[in-house]
Design a protein around this ligand. Sequence first.
Ligand SMILES: [Zn+2]
Length: 318
Amino acid sequence: MYYIGIDVGGTNLVAGLVNEKGHILDKVNHPVDKTMTAVEFCEELARMSRKLCEMGAMDYSQIQAVGVGLPGLVDNKNGLFVQNPNMPFSDRNVPLREIFQKHWDIPVFLSNDANCAAVGEYWAGAAKGCDPAVVVTLGTGIGGGLVANGKLFTGYANSGMEVGHMVIKPNGILCGCGNRGCWETYGSATALIRLTQAEMEYTKDSVMWELCEGDRFKVQGRTAFQGARLGDPAAKRVLNTYLHGLSIGIINLINILQPEIICLGGGISNAEDDLLLDPLRQLVDEGTFDKSNPTRLEKASLGNDAGVVGAALLCHMM
Ligand SMILES: [Zn+2]
């Protein structure tokens, strides 16, 4: 049997033909243009899925299910793309499954992108064989997904595991969600960039100014890691502060869930171990309640493919 998984981003749609091992056999892309309506979007997903089938010379009956990973709130029970902050259309409760099935009558499963990444890593990546498994994606915000007892945990109405919005500091930094002190305002790539810029304003002789050609708007998530590699004290201070904030959320997840593994994904996770994972493991070890049964902390291994693989295999996880 084969599956089709679609990873929906704000600028690009990626669909993949996936086998039961979680290997991607073929892929197609389609850009999201600014005039795309909600209906056109759903129809494009169906068109891409059929195209994959044709490219692989498959009979439609060889595909068990289609899964879609969406950047926003999702209602899988009713097949709705509830709300999104990043798509060109702002319609609420888009009947994605219904529109898709008008073009291809096949089981369609919906979830959010962070949950799909968790399923992908659990099925074919760094979390394979681990249960419970948590995957945390460090990007613009912080996304999270949990697999427990072989199933995706999403709460009673699909909004579970919004780990980025766990509050780690009372009266802390204002978050996009309206609360203060959310984990993602301390542990996301956006947070790291903000910390880096603030430290640079304070330390005019930091090598990080050279790394971004004197332009603070060119600061990236990797700037502080590059600076620390060059021995820059300001960059090391930035990473200390950042890793401390990042560790608090991880410690909370471990103390509440005791997962067998937590995988870190997203661009930040590409940093070298001695600057990211090693110091983070030390902070987490110190702060975890049950020190005799540690949770493994690892990098996610599928990169951008995790979303496609996880979406494809959603049918086994819900
Ligand atoms: Zn928040």
